[in-house]
Design a protein around this ligand. Structure first.
Ligand code: ZN
Length: 147
């Protein structure tokens, strides 16, 4: 009986305060967090982490010495990525930053070039479970590093 009441309460709560995908504004189903499965599957991922001399690295050539750089997704004006970034920056959807950080982090951990850096960075800089979550939140929200 309590399960039925809980489901009804959750449905009512979702009716008045819908949990929407930050990219397509469709209702999220149970198990989805911030971004729906359809948007995650169709996300325009760059795969730049697999290339040493990718377009992001080339942006820095001759300006600052860097060992690696990458971008998680291609950005297009009016696209889903722009909508997600807008939700994150202006609508207070920090869950979108967390989700994008997790997705980006999983890809980088699969890349040997970045996995070593991440492991080193994680153990020396920030005592948290997911360094990318904090990094993306800090970068986008413009906050200082935690002490
Ligand atoms: Zn979506």
């Amino acid at each position: 009986m309590w399960t039925g009441i809980k489901v009804i309460f959750e449905d009512l709560l979702n009716f008045f305060f819908p949990n929407l995908c930050a990219a397509c504004c469709e209702h999220l189903v149970k198990g989805e967090d911030g971004i729906c499965l359809g948007c995650m599957v169709t996300m325009p991922v760059t795969s730049f982490e697999k290339e040493m001399n990718n377009p992001v690295v080339k942006q820095f050539w001759g300006k600052v010495p860097i060992s690696a750089a990458t971008a998680y997704c291609h950005f297009s004006k009016g696209g889903r990525i722009q909508r997600m970034i807008h939700q994150l920056k202006y609508e207070g959807r920090s869950d979108v930053g967390v989700k994008l950080g997790q997705l980006c982090g999983y890809r980088l951990l699969k890349s040997p070039q970045y996995a070593a850096m991440i492991t080193s960075f994680r153990s020396h800089c920030i005592p948290t479970n997911c360094v990318f979550v904090v990094t993306i939140k800090l970068l986008v929200l413009g906050k200082d590093w935690p002490k």
